[in-house]
Design a protein around this ligand. Structure first.
Ligand code: ZN
Length: 79
């Protein structure tokens, strides 16, 4: 990512936020499993699925955007 590109910063911040939410669900899930709370486990598994998809989409958005920078850079250099 480029530190001086607001889009890069925004996309990676979004990814970091979603990633934190995902990790929180994973740790809640661990607690629910220790407590053998099947209702909480089922609910958290659903939330983890949704969060996992969001996380992948956010990472892809950030990577695709970074790839655009690389393309623009190599076009400028005439390769
Ligand atoms: Zn950028």
């Amino acid at each position: 990512m480029l530190a001086d590109c607001p889009d890069c910063v925004r996309l990676w911040q979004e990814y970091a936020q979603i990633n934190n939410a995902y990790l929180k669900i994973a740790s809640d899930l661990q607690v629910a499993r220790i407590q053998q709370d099947s209702t909480a486990i089922a609910e958290l598994l659903k939330r983890q699925d949704v969060a996992g998809e969001k996380r992948q989409a956010a990472r892809k958005a950030a990577k695709d955007h970074a790839a655009d920078h690389l393309k623009a850079k190599s076009a400028k250099q005439g390769h």
